[in-house]
Ligand binder design. Structure first.
Ligand SMILES: Nc1ncnc2c1ncn2[C@@H]1O[C@H](COP(=O)(O)OP(=O)(O)OP(=O)(O)O)[C@@H](O)[C@H]1O
Ligand SMILES: [Mg+2]
Length: 445
């Protein structure tokens, strides 16, 4: 028999959850309607699992969570909340919540989470998300996003801030990899230690090696002085290995060694030095594909991705765009001393539908340009480089399919400089069909 304590002030939720679990025979349910009662029942019954509402009438749910953790560090608590904001997510996970579910509850997700929680109980709670308590205030306000994918990212950040696990951040260009790395560092206990960035793709192999490990005097022709490498300079802080997919095989082996053994030698040196830095690596490349092509070492990959954070492309989380636009405009206005704040609904729609191949960085650049060109306080569509996006492919007003077809045929013909043979191949229609459409739609070549 597994025991679950449900703490929620909403009688309807208590009733529904109790009914949901009563169909499962091996659960015994206890209900509490506020934080005080919840804590009391926790102490009396020591349930296997707690489902806890964040908004309670007497004590804040996060406080209840912390108190339960004081009673039993290994308690498994699933947070449910209507506040679907990242701060609560991060706080809850940081304080040791097992999972975070947003109202209205998805019962399939709830059941899966409960299964996972019960499985995890057996794992001697070595899991990284059970992090230390009494942490300092954690603000990651400069990372914007409420989409489910970003909530996942916030959870992962919360789970790694106060351990030293290596983190691998993957994502397309401009998705915020460096921003995340900084968020991890500057919210950790080691935030007063250095955060050192090294871009592994920008410099030659030899130079990179001496940048990473340092060199002794006379190690090579230009080595006039002895230098410290980034592994040493980072101290107990963070070494951010950006574009790690571009490291040469030779250096990959050397990196593997230092990551495994924590010791290294300067180029040309003989003394063994130790590094204590936390390693965060980032890449916009598909490392698995590189491993298959034998361009990236599989063992190094596994060493780097103790915790893996995948940043979603902006086009896959369009719902984050309005908030990002507001945030970025604030930032741009501050930098440019402008006051461009208004975004008409049709412009916002166009921004949301644009594919943003360069992700948040491209959005930021587009808004910067629009802010510079703006005469008043409005972002104008004509000042935004939205041309090649879906907007052009799909006109804003809804039209008959033949209008879209006609426009698309014209677009293809223009792209192949009027070659009907190539156009018909691309469109996968026969030449006579293409000719007929050109005639029907009155397309001029
Ligand atoms: N979620 C976000 N909220 C606010 N700003 C963001 C977000 N993601 C990215 N940015 C901003 O977008 C810009 C690009 O972010 P960043 O440099 O971290 O991306 P990156 O993934 O490292 O890109 P690249 O692969 O090109 O190096 C920065 O100005 C950053 O502040
Ligand atoms: Mg970057």
């Amino acid at each position: 028999m597994k025991t679950i304590l449900i703490i929620d002030d909403d009688p309807l939720i208590r009733k529904t959850l109790a009914a949901h679990f009563s169909s499962e025979e091996d659960y015994e349910i206890t209900l509490a309607e506020d934080g005080r009662e919840g804590l009391q029942k926790y102490e009396e019954n020591s349930p296997d699992l707690v489902i806890l509402d964040i908004r309670l009438p007497d004590i804040n749910g996060l406080e209840v969570l912390r108190k339960i953790k004081e009673i039993n560090e290994k308690a498994h608590i699933i947070i449910i909340t209507a506040y679907d904001d990242m701060k609560t997510t991060v706080e809850a996970i940081k304080s040791g919540a097992f999972e975070y579910l947003v109202k209205p509850l998805d019962y399939v997700e709830l059941d899966l989470t409960i299964d996972k929680a019960f499985q995890a109980r057996g794992l001697e709670n070595k899991l990284s998300y059970l992090v230390e308590e009494k942490l300092k205030e954690f603000t990651i306000d400069n990372i914007i996003g409420r989409s489910s994918q970003m909530r996942e990212v916030f959870k992962l950040i919360g789970s790694v801030v106060n351990n030293r696990a290596n983190v691998l951040i993957q994502g397309e260009s401009g998705t915020g990899k460096e921003l995340c790395a900084k968020a991890i560092h500057y919210n950790s206990h080691f935030k007063n230690e250095p955060f050192i960035v090294i871009n592994c793709s920008a410099i030659s192999d030899t130079l990179l090696e001496s940048e990473l490990f340092g060199h002794v005097k006379g190690a090579f022709t230009d080595a006039v002085y002895e230098t410290k490498g980034k592994f040493e300079i980072a101290g107990k802080g963070t070494l951010f290995l950006d574009e790690v997919g571009d490291v040469s095989p030779n250096l990959q082996s050397k990196m593997l060694r230092v990551i495994e053994s924590r010791d290294f030698m300067k180029v040309g040196g003989e003394k063994v030095l130790k590094t204590e830095a936390r390693i965060i690596a980032a890449t916009n490349q598909d490392l698995i594909a590189l491993i298959k092509k034998e361009q990236f070492r599989e063992d190094l990959y596994y060493r780097l991705k103790v915790v893996e954070i995948n940043l979603p492309p902006l086009r896959e989380r369009k719902e984050d765009i309005p908030e990002l636009v507001a945030y970025l405009l604030e930032k741009i206005n501050r930098e440019l001393r402008k006051n461009v704040r208004k975004v008409p609904p049709q412009v916002m729609k166009a921004l949301m539908n644009f594919p943003w191949k360069g992700n948040v960085r491209e959005l930021e650049n587009a808004l910067t340009r629009a802010a510079i060109l703006a005469k008043g306080d409005v972002v104008l569509e004509e000042n935004l480089p939205l041309e090649s996006g879906e907007k052009k492919l799909f006109p804003q007003r809804l039209v008959a399919i033949k209008e879209v077809e006609s426009q698309y045929i014209q677009h293809v013909l223009k792209s192949v400089k009027g070659s009907k043979t190539q156009a018909s191949q691309i469109l996968q229609i026969s030449r006579p069909t293409l000719d007929k459409k050109i005639k029907d739609y009155n397309i001029s070549l």
